[in-house]
Design a protein around this ligand. Structure first.
Ligand code: 13P
Length: 238
């Protein structure tokens, strides 16, 4: 089955380096006949209408649930529409735990972008102290992260990203991913990506996990050669 691969640039890359990245990625996808879904989440300053031959879907890492208005430092729908952006990440752990977004605000944002017909990649995942309490505690924690979220939305893609595995080099084991993905799929059945220290060396075994429909990649996606290496693995491991 085809896999979904997504690159989250977080607070990395400039407008110029994003353009160079997209060109290199496009060249790779063209040359290799890559046809599966590929998403790229550059920083807001690098959003653009890229003229690519291959199907590279550009999304926003974040936006405020408003068309326009007075929300200093935020961007809204109008700024996304300028570049034809209709995909957004919501609920990422860095926005929950570092920026401090509450579940109710995340739910409000989700409802609003759903109303606009956006494709939403909705992220969930437990911190280490919850994982250490065992799988039942994790299950309850993840259920709470669906509070206020319409899980029947047809343009929903889920990403399970355990907080303790993000940017730490500590990847969840295939068994743990399989077990947790099975639990999540009981809650709601949508394409489900894994994220957390995915890299060229481990993406093959992660994509092979039953119930894993792709990967949301941070650090290892920032170098285009590393990301294309992972696309190649995805392509050959079907
Ligand atoms: P890393 O791949 O750097 O662990 O980040 C994962 C992530 O947060 C993707 O959204």
């Amino acid at each position: 089955m085809s896999k979904i691969l997504a690159a989250n640039f977080k607070t990395n890359h400039t407008r110029a380096s994003t353009r160079a990245y997209v060109e290199a990625l496009d060249t790779f996808m063209e040359a290799s006949g890559y046809r599966d879904e590929v998403y790229l989440f550059p920083p807001a300053t690098a959003l653009n209408r890229f003229e690519t031959t291959s199907d590279i879907r550009i999304g926003a890492q974040n936006a405020y649930p408003i068309e326009n208005g007075s929300f200093t430092g935020e961007i809204g729908l109008e700024q996304l529409q300028e570049f034809g952006i209709d995909t957004i990440l919501i609920g990422h752990s860095e926005r929950r735990h570092i920026i401090g977004e509450s579940q109710s605000f995340i739910a409000q944002k989700y409802a609003w972008f759903k109303e606009q017909g956006f494709r939403i990649i909705y992220c969930i995942g437990e911190p280490l102290e919850v994982r250490e309490m065992g799988s039942e505690a994790v299950r309850r924690y993840l259920i709470d992260q669906f509070e206020g979220i319409d899980t029947s939305y047809e343009k929903l893609i889920l990403a399970y990203e355990p907080v303790w595995a993000i940017g730490t080099g500590k990847t969840a084991t295939p068994d743990l991913i399989e077990e947790t993905h099975a639990e999540i799929k009981k809650m709601t059945d949508h394409p489900l990506l894994y994220g957390g220290s995915v890299k060229p060396q481990n993406i093959g075994e992660i994509l092979a996990v039953p119930g894993c429909d792709g990967a949301l990649i941070g650090t290892a996606s920032w170098e285009v050669s590393s990301f294309t290496e992972m696309l190649r693995t995805a392509q050959t491991s079907k």
